[in-house]
Design a protein around this ligand. Structure first.
Ligand SMILES: Cc1ncc(COP(=O)(O)O)c(C=O)c1O
Length: 445
């Protein structure tokens, strides 16, 4: 008799995919194109992906081996110099972020093996296990991973400006001696799922507090700013967002960016910027350990794109999301307004995060069952061989942290993505949501 293969604790916890992945997978199994509607998926809109320019970039990279050396060979773990130089120019071009050439030149840029996600993963290998501080609602994909690999999450509710510093201070105080287990801050600057933008004032307060905490604990606590959606601020009335480096007096801020949202997720280009120290050296080694480097040809394509097309591309992408955000907002107000307590989003990224007054949205709720067509009522569901159109979204219960303050309100929340689906489809989905609300109200009385 042989025992089964011994798994690590992470391996054991990973045998089951996360609750969200399971829900999405069960929906995907029998997904019907042009019938079912996926407002849950975090995909970018296909129309924003500059296919022609990527084709042009690939040709130029391959035809110009002097500049783009050995693009189809292995790359180095620190990343392509062409790409890093292009990123530096791209970041300096944006006068709003307060990053001057001198400041940026004092920092190192590294390129992740496979998008920003691989850099977030790398952090967990090079930093000691312990407590990670983040904003609630949380970026559930990363937090789920952090917990499986052995970190604890301390999720602090956000308000309209981002993570609440008053509550953060209180919670750290309540940790007592356990505060020594705090390892890093992970803050998504345009939060996923809420699309709440971390304001400049709040950025400053956060970094000032992290600095105080670092002195208090006698060691630097890194502040990781995940800027995945910062290129997608499409409300032009907002003030420009400053880089965290502007407020950092002890070199403890690290910014993680990605080209997924403004160019194409398929290129898998993510980068991290920060002080060139042992932490960053270990991160570079992790890139090497996990796959030597990001595909060099993709790095060079990204470099070409940044050098030749990025400003028009960013304008185009944002114009598209902006018009969708405005239109979806009118439908939310018009069709769901009477049921809604509040919602965030619509200024950046491509999610609205909705809070209903009374209607519950979790996956056992009538609202969810109505939209998944699993109520048991044939008039609502349709028959097995002819189910009525289904709509999927991310319930708030998956977005709020299970031991945070938002557990109750999370039951009445959901994330709606206006990124992937076309507007007419989103309109249809919101109409179904209205029907679902009406059904819940009738059945509640
Ligand atoms: C907050 C956040 N960080 C990082 C990522 C992943 O970026 P990448 O595609 O570069 O791995 C995402 C993707 O949706 C995200 O929402």
């Amino acid at each position: 008799m042989l025992n089964e293969i011994q798994l690590s604790s992470y391996g054991q916890l990973s045998t089951k995919s996360s609750p969200v992945s399971r829900m999405m997978a069960s929906f995907a199994v029998d997904f019907r194109d042009n019938c079912d509607i996926n407002l849950g998926v975090g995909y970018v809109n296909e129309k924003t992906i500059p296919r022609n320019f990527i084709q042009e970039a690939q040709e130029n990279v391959l035809l110009n081996p002097k500049k783009y050396r050995a693009a189809l060979n292995y790359g180095g773990p620190k990343g392509s110099n062409n790409l890093k130089n292009s990123l530096r120019r791209f970041l300096i071009q944006n006068p709003d972020n307060g990053v001057e050439e001198k400041l940026l030149n004092s920092k190192e840029i590294i390129i992740g093996a496979n998008g920003a996600t691989s850099l977030l993963e790398a952090l967990t290998h090079v930093l000691r296990r312990g407590i990670v501080i983040t904003a609630d609602p949380v970026y559930y994909i990363y937090c789920n991973f952090l917990e499986r690999i052995g970190f604890q999450i301390m999720a602090i509710p956000e308000d309209e400006q981002g993570i609440r510093i008053d509550m953060l201070k209180e919670k750290v105080k309540s940790l007592g001696d356990k505060k020594h287990n705090i390892r890093f801050f992970d803050i998504v600057t345009v939060n996923n799922p809420s699309c709440t933008i971390l304001s400049n004032e709040r950025r400053q307060e956060l970094i000032t507090y992290a600095t105080e905490l670092s002195y208090n604990l006698g060691r630097k606590i890194p502040v990781i700013l995940d800027k995945a959606y910062e290129g997608l601020v499409h409300d032009s009335t907002l003030p420009g967002l400053k880089s965290g480096f502007c407020y950092d007096t002890i070199n403890t801020v690290y910014e993680i960016g990605t080209l997924s949202k403004i160019l194409a997720p398929g290129l898998r280009i993510g980068y991290m910027i920060g002080e060139d120290n042992d932490f960053l050296k270990a991160m570079v080694q992790r890139v090497s350990d996990v796959g030597f480097s990001a595909a060099l040809v993709n790095q060079e394509i990204a470099s070409y794109m940044l050098d030749h097309h990025v400003s028009d591309q960013v304008k185009k992408v944002n114009a598209g999301y902006k018009s969708k955000a405005i239109q979806v907002k009118t439908w939310l107000d018009e069709l769901l307004g009477t049921y809604l307590e509040s919602y965030t989003g619509g200024q950046a990224g491509f999610y609205y995060y909705i809070t209903f007054k009374t209607i519950e949205t979790h996956d056992h709720s009538l609202f969810f069952k109505y939209l998944a067509r699993i109520t048991g009522n044939l008039d609502i569901d349709g028959t097995d061989d002819k189910k009525h159109p289904r709509v999927i979204y991310i319930p708030g219960t998956y977005c709020v942290h299970k031991s945070g303050e938002l557990v109750e309100i999370g039951k009445r929340q959901l994330r709606l993505s206006y990124g992937f689906e076309d507007l007419n489809i989103i309109h249809t989905a919101i109409k179904y949501m209205k029907d679902a609300c009406e059904h819940v109200m009738v059945n509640a009385n």
